[in-house]
Design a protein around this ligand. Sequence first.
Ligand code: PEP
Ligand code: MG
Length: 583
Amino acid sequence: MYKIKGFPVSTGIAIGDAKIIKEKALVIEDFNINESQIDDELDKFHKSINAVIAEIEEFITNFNITNEDESIIETHKMILQDPDFHDTIKNLIIKERKNLEQAIYLHFTRTIEYFKNLDNELYAERAIDYEDVYRRLIMHLKKIDNSILDNLSENDILIMNDIPPSLVSLVYQRKIQGLVLFKGTKTSHSVIIARALGLPLITGVKYPHKIHHLDKIIIDAQQGFIIGNPTQEVIKAYTKLKTDIIKENSELNTIKDLQTKTSNASSIKLLSNIELPIEIEHVLDLNSDGIGLFRTEFFYLNKQHLPTEEEQFNEYKNIALKLKNKIFVIRTIDIGGDKVAGWYSPDRETNPYLGCRGIRFSLRYTGIFKTQLRAILRASIFGNIQIMFPMISSIEEFLKAKEILDECCEELKNENKDFNQNIPIGTMIEIPSAAICSDALAKYCDFFSIGSNDLLQYTVAVDRNNESVSKYYTNYNPAFLQLITTTVKNAIKNNIPVAVCGEIASDKNFTAFLLNSGIKELSVGAEHSLSLKKYIRSIDSKKANLFIDEIYNCYTIEDSKNLINKINNISLFNEGGLNEFNA
Ligand code: PEP
Ligand code: MG
């Protein structure tokens, strides 16, 4: 038996046989053509592009894939249709007399290298799309069938270096148990698809050579490790755990339509965080109270061009209509830091997290900002839309952003375009200076939403994505919890709503603390929604509020752990059970 660590990027347990797939090397012919062959090569190029696009379209129609999958596959189509790509290939064939395969090879290797050398996780993911398109095209030209799917059966766990996004749905349809990728990150396209399909998946596996073809393995995607050649006892324990998880999920489904109330009958708004428009279907299915955070970077990160006002307007309007009148908080572009768009090449910043990100980006590139604001404003008549600015660090920044919003309102008025003139405008509290100044800030804005992920990162000066210092990135840091409490107090004092939309909102260890401090809105990823609802229904949100101020007397992590435990013990009314009080 062996155990190896990886990153859990989806949930669940998988038990099966390891099928290690090594991708075949594609041998590219390297020879020059003569003038008389140019037309043939160009013709072959156009035919192969058309054929691969047709293949993609057929795949979309025949395989009943989700819209999310579809949008990713559409990115591949865009790569194939990109006029710059066509020009480069033509040049390589006509001027440099390269044969078609060589021309394609040169173009894609240069592009992929370029993305990889940018040394940025998101660019590296775009490189995966280019690799995928490249392989597809070459496989088409060489008439190579995709052999990855051969011999895959229901009991298998697929082990690969990385998987192209277009293959994830196909392997899923083979009903495989799970996936292990040596590469791949939380936000890569393939991972997003696998997560949406509910495939247990682990990436970034350390010591992959320990896994042998056909080993019996268990993926524990809850905790992030793989167990190889497990004993019968371990298999038995994990089989039970897997059954329990499936049972728990189906039980949770039965509370979808119950209200989110604490055991002392205090109503809590349980909102959802989304990153892609398609997630709205899941949010509606969960009967969530609305969307507390729409991370709009999707528009910018998955495209090679800037989104137009019309494109954004249509997406916002569609979601607003689907939500009927439920809250729909749209966060304006939060680009920069780890979120970098394909079309944007900022001056190299030594420390991008402290550089031009969030609202600073919008205040620098006001044209991009205004396009988004106009789209949001125009959509605001179709639902309960609210605007939220990310990464606000001072009142001046908030006022500057508001001034630009006012300009957009003026423009729309002059163009006789309708919008909600009283649209609520909020700010994320995710920088310590904003939390400290929250009393003053609350006088200018309509609501707060605490972005605990960044608030913690900036309070303790720990890069939230850097595993090597992750032990310092703890929600139990008393300074961080004090900033949350201060923000909540100031919001209540100034009579504005305050939500929490960072990861702490779904961490049940902190639910009683947050609710006792006065929080009435939590916005979480859809996967946490129902179990959090169940938990909220089992706690009393008032019993421990006398102890909340003790957080200001906590000096160490140990102190705040003790306090949080005390609050949890006092608040827990009826653990695990739905009491009749609330039904
Ligand atoms: C946060 O910082 O807590 C947050 C919700 O924003 P993001 O995770 O998108 O930075
Ligand atoms: Mg943030």
